[in-house]
Ligand binder design. Structure first.
Ligand SMILES: Nc1ncnc2c1ncn2[C@@H]1O[C@H](COP(=O)(O)OP(=O)(O)OP(=O)(O)O)[C@@H](O)[C@H]1O
Length: 505
């Protein structure tokens, strides 16, 4: 047995030999012995560790941030002391670990251990603050060495992907516009409000709603597919229909559904194709890029349509004064400034600019689909054409629920009968409901009255039109009959002249 006396003399001898080695052994030999001992120990050690520093040559290490985000979701259930914070631009509270806390993870049955370690460092360089000590952190991931390859090729990419998903989920959604100025000279200015519309509040045929949601879900889940077929991960929607049928509301609902940012692209404020390209490169992944009233933004019509006269105002029903003004401004800008060409826009839709990764949904809106160039409309550019028309009964019920908080009403039956003939937009109905200050009876009565008025006006207009066509028909017939008579008379006269000549002869 080893007693205290012999133990202390053994320690003293080790210290003596160590100092002798340090003193007399050449540094190369010391280094060699060190490496040898590491090798010997590592061959018997079963666990290995990976360290991820908070800073990578003075720059913050993105991987460290990702791991922090990944573990914030895990540590709540396993760690005893947690830090709670609300990071900037995040809508949720975030938990983080304290120093030296450990989190157990499990990946495909492999146990893994994460530890947050803290250590002190001295700042290098000269001048103010040089030589000061500060705290930095690193994450230590420990696991059995036989899983090394798997951790590298599967687990770490999985952690990064999960962290991106968590970060994105926590992030506040934003709306940007290229026409609102940015004090920092960035291409996109932030718009300070979010549109509250979502698929529940949207007055739309339920089947169409489900179809759009399914299409969106399929699109965002097909990253591998787009990579495999070598195409930019983007999809184009064209929303068309009369004003006030919910095109803008649908865009907001889509962005809220996907939790994507919105980039409202005002083409008339873009001075060249190269500026357009720059703007698009500056968009983030998971975004909806919107070009509203594309027929007014650019001269995108083909030659055939250019020859057509512009349609008269008010053709699609009453437009809000504000929207009319906006469209007029766009028309003016189109004729004076814009130099973005159709090919520039087509390149953008084709995704040629897309050196950026991540999914992007492009949505164009128009009140006049017939004015658009066929090249812009073809699949691959506009993958889905969605017509938003006048309000139907199902949509009316949704509006009644939203604005008046009713599921049913005694006037509903009548509404169902009159509505299809009234050609009212959801905006018209929303306006009536809003003006009656939560008074259900008044709201329903006013809506039905307006429907009847419009239906009667339309019926009268239709009758007048039919009468006009009928009259035109009668006029035509009259002309034809008169022509017939003249023709017959002429023939008769010719016949008589011939007879006279024969008699003379
Ligand atoms: N389908 C709808 N569901 C719910 N609300 C709607 C719908 N359509 C219109 N509204 C209401 O009418 C207002 C105007 O609608 P919106 O701006 O979405 O129409 P739009 O089709 O984009 O019109 P425009 O073609 O003139 O741009 C919205 O703020 C909303 O309150």
């Amino acid at each position: 047995m080893l007693d205290w006396k012999s133990l202390s003399s053994m320690v003293a001898s080790i210290i003596f030999i160590r100092s002798l080695i340090r003193e007399f052994m050449p540094p190369e030999v010391t280094q060699f012995l060190k490496l040898l001992s590491i090798k010997l120990f590592s061959s018997v050690r079963t666990n290995i560790s990976i360290l991820i520093d908070e800073y990578d040559s003075n720059y913050s290490n993105e991987l460290f941030d990702s791991i922090q985000a990944y573990l914030s979701a895990k540590c709540f259930s396993t760690v005893q002391i947690l830090k709670l914070s609300k990071p900037k631009n995040s809508k949720n509270l975030t938990f983080t670990m304290e120093s030296n806390q450990k989190v157990q993870d499990n990946f495909q049955g492999i146990p893994l251990k994460w530890t947050l370690c803290t250590h002190e460092k001295k700042s290098s360089g000269y001048g103010y603050g040089a030589g000061r000590s500060y705290e930095t952190h690193h994450f230590k991931l420990s696991f059995h060495k036989k899983h090394k390859q798997m951790i590298h090729s599967l687990y770490l990419p999985y952690v990064i992907e999960e962290a991106t998903r968590i970060k994105f989920k926590n992030r506040e959604r934003r709306i940007y516009s290229n026409s609102s100025s940015d004090e920092y000279g960035r291409p996109w200015g932030k718009v300070p409000f979010l549109h509250p519309s979502n698929f529940d509040t949207l007055a739309l045929d339920p089947a169409l709603k489900e179809e759009i949601k399914a299409d969106l879900s399929k699109f965002v889940s097909r990253r591998d597919y787009y990579t495999r077929v070598g195409r930019a991960w983007k999809r184009g929607y064209l929303l068309y229909g009369p004003p006030g049928t919910g095109k803008t509301s649908l865009i907001a609902a889509i962005a809220n559904y996907l939790e994507f940012d919105i980039y409202d692209l005002e083409l008339t404020a873009v001075s060249s194709n190269s500026q357009l390209r720059k703007l698009l490169i500056a968009t983030s992944s998971k975004s909806v890029i919107v070009v509203e009233d594309v027929d007014c933004s650019l001269d995108l019509s083909d030659r055939k349509n250019k020859e057509k006269k512009p349609k008269g105002e008010g053709e699609d029903g009453e437009e809000g004064e504000e929207k009319k003004k906006k469209k007029k401004n766009k028309e003016e800008a189109k004729s004076t400034h814009s130099t973005v060409s159709l090919s520039g826009v087509l390149n953008f839709v084709d995704g040629l600019w897309s050196s950026c990764v991540g999914e992007r949904l492009m949505i164009f809106t128009t009140n006049h689909k017939d004015k658009l160039d066929a090249a812009l409309l073809r699949p691959g550019r506009m993958d889905k054409h969605i017509y938003l028309g006048h309000c139907k009964f199902q949509a009316f019920r949704i509006l009644a629920k939203n604005y008046l908080d009713i599921d049913d009403h005694e006037l509903m039956k009548e509404v169902e009968e009159v509505l299809p003939t009234a050609e009212m937009t959801p905006a018209d109905i929303a306006e009536i409901f809003m003006s009656c200050n939560d008074d259900v009876e008044l709201g329903m009565r006013n809506a039905l009255e307006e429907m009847k008025k419009r239906a009667a006006a339309l019926a009268e207009k239709k009758m007048e039109k039919e009468k006009k066509i009928e009259m035109e028909g009668v006029e035509k017939e009259k002309v034809v009959t008169e022509e017939d008579v003249t023709e017959k008379n002429e023939e008769k006269m010719k016949g008589e002249e011939k007879k006279d000549e024969e008699l003379k002869a």
